[in-house]
Design a protein around this ligand. Structure first.
Ligand code: XMP
Length: 312
């Protein structure tokens, strides 16, 4: 890996010369490792753009800024596009339409940021690293994955793709070698459209907020019990209806948090994690106590297929 990094650094310097490189930095494994590699190769000639589409998990964008701006001293533009995305998504319930709006808007925000920079810009995209079977291949027919496989044809950029040849585990090894924090390098997958495809149906702000909080509790409990090291992907989704409950001796309507925790090798098929009941109960107690708009927690036990991992 050391040799690989040295070679790539050399190649990047040769390719880029004195130009600038623009990188869409989501904070996921791939874009983070590309960023670390480019910082090593060209330092301040790299301009990272982190677009917060308002559908990130709790404290996620803050974490990206902290690591890349404060610790790695990257040249980072942070764009809070929350209002723009939520505005476009207002009232849209169809999963494919939601995905297309989020993916399309993401490219538009990114291009606007590129135009604002006066220098001539090349583009280092978030790479699709090779997995034995990438979501791009297996899910095209089922759902359109945003950020995988879809740069617009008319982009006037030259690509810098230092991780193109690597498998995901090699990308992680590269990230560790480059000094990225382990939490970042071993993160669970998170879809491009983010919480947007977990706040089911038409997104509302209060349900999105409840989802973000419940998901943070789930992740916290998984970390405390060590399951974050063994389970492939785990998250909360919230359907767009309320159920009757009782809180403070009175009838109350509340949302339902659906927990999903799956294991897979290639995301083509997945089995469910058999979570211990004590842990499930603790998670349910915490979610309903700390997120008062939620009054039910259920555990989803369907394999892929027939379900998909995400709900939309
Ligand atoms: P599904 O729901 O298709 O998900 O069974 C398979 C894996 O892909 C992730 N996923 C995405 N990843 N952009 C991504 O980068 C997307 O738009 C997207 N949609 C789903 C999902 O989280 C799971 O790991």
């Amino acid at each position: 890996m050391k040799n690989f990094i040295e070679d790539q650094v050399e190649l990047i310097r040769r390719q880029v010369g004195d130009k600038k490189v623009l990188l869409a930095l989501s904070g996921g494994v791939d874009s983070s490792v590309v960023a670390a590699m480019l910082i090593k190769a060209i330092g301040q000639q790299l301009v990272c753009v982190h677009v917060n589409h308002g559908l990130m998990r709790k404290n996620e964008s803050e974490g990206v800024v902290k690591v890349f701006r404060n610790q790695l001293h990257a040249n980072l533009i942070y764009v809070d596009a929350t209002e723009r995305f939520l505005g476009k998504l207002d009232g849209v319930a169809d999963p494919e339409e939601k995905r297309k709006i989020i993916g399309g808007e993401f490219i538009r925000v990114f291009e606007e940021e590129a135009r604002k920079l006066e220098v001539s810009i090349s583009w280092a995209r978030e790479p699709f690293t090779r997995t034995s079977s990438s979501p791009a291949q297996n899910c095209q027919m089922v759902k359109s994955h945003h950020n995988v496989g879809g740069l617009p044809e008319d982009l006037q950029f030259e690509l810098v793709e230092p991780l193109k040849q690597l498998f995901k585990d090699e990308v992680r090894a590269c990230g560790i070698e480059l000094g990225l924090p382990a939490e970042m390098v071993y993160r669970q997958p998170f879809p491009g459209p983010g919480l947007g495809v977990r706040c089911l149906g038409a997104i509302t702000r209060d349900r999105l907020e409840a989802l973000r909080e419940a998901d943070a509790i789930l992740r916290d409990e998984f970390a405390r019990s060590g399951l974050d090291k063994t389970v492939w992907q785990y998250f909360v989704a919230i359907p767009d209806f309320k159920a009757v409950g009782v809180r403070d001796n009175a009838r109350s309507m509340g949302y339902m948090a659906v927990i999903r925790a799956v294991n897979t090798i290639d995301a083509m098929t997945a089995t469910i994690e058999r979570i211990d009941y004590d842990l499930l109960e603790r998670i349910a107690d915490r979610i309903t106590a700390e997120v008062t708009s939620i009054n039910r927690v259920v555990y989803e036990i369907t394999k892929k297929p027939v379900a998909t991992i995400e709900f939309e």
